[in-house]
Design a protein around this ligand. Structure first.
Ligand SMILES: [Zn+2]
Length: 306
């Protein structure tokens, strides 16, 4: 199971997540009509914001050093994102931190890179956006233009000392993909979890990009261990969240993982597990698992598809 990104896991994705699976096909994203998209700015502190538009939620630190942006949605939105930054700062985007490689989080890289921003990401983000250089790459990838590629990469993590803040970036193994970054603003008690956290619904676990359910649970636990009642969490998708939202999400993930693991232990096939509807009592809270996409990803995580 190496090169199957065009396969069933993506084909089963419903429209709300189409942009995520379109990551390997940037032209699809570019064809989406973005003219009506408004970038909403949510103030977390006077110089720290969550930005919402189309695609993955963004984080923004502003100050004398320049804007530090977490993720950049789609290329047609770059001018609107820059305008949103200009509303709260006189300084342009100097850094872009990608939480992972998907096109709804990195689509603005080329524009912002050409405008002078330094792009930073986990090294597997660089690899998946630059497969021409990595013949050993397993799973899905898509060649990005040179200006869109990260110019700085990290393995375990990296810290920024910028705009009077310490910004901690940590990589948690194989979670949503194999290149996820979790960003922590300790003084503000704010996290950006990228797509390791979908608030209020089942996650998309991109097993074809090296993701796995245990890493998603580990990511949630990593943040919960550092959280309290005042913590605010920017999820990759969905509204601004609390630690309680994340705890409920973690508990749901553990419940489904346990159920699927016990069926795997009984020797049931992937289709048999999906047919057994292991999320049926949870769907009222978390939404329909269309096509069993989430359950299939959990199954794949636990078995490697065997
Ligand atoms: Zn994603």
């Amino acid at each position: 199971m190496t090169t199957l990104w065009q396969g069933t896991r993506c084909a089963a994705v419903v429209s709300v997540l189409a942009a995520v699976c379109a990551a390997g096909a940037p032209t699809l994203a570019a064809q989406q009509d973005m003219t009506d998209v408004v970038i909403e700015t949510i103030e977390l502190e006077s110089d720290l914001f969550m930005l919402v538009g189309r695609g993955g939620n963004m984080g923004l630190s502003v100050g004398e050093d320049g804007a530090f942006l977490i993720d950049d949605q789609f290329a047609p939105l770059t001018a609107k994102i820059q305008a949103a930054v200009a509303e709260v700062s006189d300084h342009p985007v100097r850094w872009v931190l990608n939480t992972h490689w998907h096109g709804d989080h990195t689509g603005g890289n080329e524009n912002l890179g050409e405008a002078g921003a330094m792009i930073v990401a986990h090294r597997n983000v660089y690899r998946r956006m630059n497969p021409a250089e990595f013949a050993d790459l397993v799973g899905r990838s898509a060649q990005a233009p040179r200006a869109a590629l990260p110019v700085v990469t990290f393995d375990e993590g990296v810290q920024f000392h910028w705009n009077g803040r310490h910004i901690r970036v940590t990589h948690i193994g194989t979670a949503h993909t194999d290149g996820d970054a979790i960003v922590h603003f300790p003084r503000a008690n704010v996290f950006h979890m990228g797509d390791t956290f979908f608030r209020g619904r089942y996650p998309f676990i991109d097993v074809d990009s090296g993701g796995g359910v245990d890493g998603v649970i580990a990511a949630a636990n990593f943040v919960l261990e550092q959280s309290n009642d005042d913590t605010r969490i920017i999820p990759g998708h969905g509204g601004l969240a609390s630690a309680e939202h994340l705890r409920e999400y973690r508990d749901m993930l553990e419940t489904v993982r346990l159920r699927v693991a016990s069926m795997v232990a009984d020797g049931r096939s992937e289709d048999e597990v999906v047919a057994a509807a292991p999320t049926s009592d949870l769907d009222a809270t978390w939404g329909e698992d269309a096509g069993g996409r989430f359950v299939r990803a959990v199954y794949f995580s636990l078995t490697g598809g065997n």
